[in-house]
Design a protein around this ligand. Structure first.
Ligand code: TYD
Length: 130
């Protein structure tokens, strides 16, 4: 399963979720980034990575994420801050249908390297069919 539900540690003061590198998620975190202020109807992502694994959490609001392995697509709803979605390497990912308040937190297994990106879908299909 790509999607996990994290335990909510809450009490009368409010809620908290803790995520630990390499135990709550299956890699060491080298980088985080977050996507917010996404304009209506505008998707993000639309790429795959040769090596980087990512873990996505809508810490505020909601969005959808579609994964494509070259053979088929599956769409996930990220609509709870307790839900986390693993994007393995060599999976084409698109984030879309962002709510205006969505903050999509991404934990990544590698430092930023543009050479790790596949931004051309036909090139991606050729790579996964080899
Ligand atoms: P981009 O990959 O186009 O965003 P997305 O595919 O998620 O919609 O990234 C936008 C810009 O930010 C682009 O110039 C690359 C830069 N960037 C970094 O410098 N470091 C990072 O970790 C990420 C994810 C992007």
């Amino acid at each position: 399963m790509n999607i996990s539900t994290h335990k909510v540690l809450g009490d009368h003061r409010g809620q908290l979720i803790a995520i630990e590198s390499a135990s709550s998620i299956p890699f060491n975190i080298k980088r985080i980034f977050y996507i917010f202020g996404t304009q209506p109807g505008i998707p993000r992502g639309n790429h795959a990575h040769y090596k980087t694994k990512q873990y996505l959490i809508a810490v505020s609001g909601f969005c959808k994420v579609t994964f494509d392995d070259g053979q088929g697509q599956i769409t996930y709803d990220l609509d709870e801050p307790s839900k986390g979605l693993l994007q393995e390497a060599m999976i084409w990912g698109t984030m879309h249908d962002f709510s205006p308040d969505c903050v999509l937190l991404v934990l990544a297994s590698e430092h930023y390297d543009e050479n790790d990106y596949i931004r051309d879908y036909d090139h991606f299909l050729r790579q996964v069919s080899q």
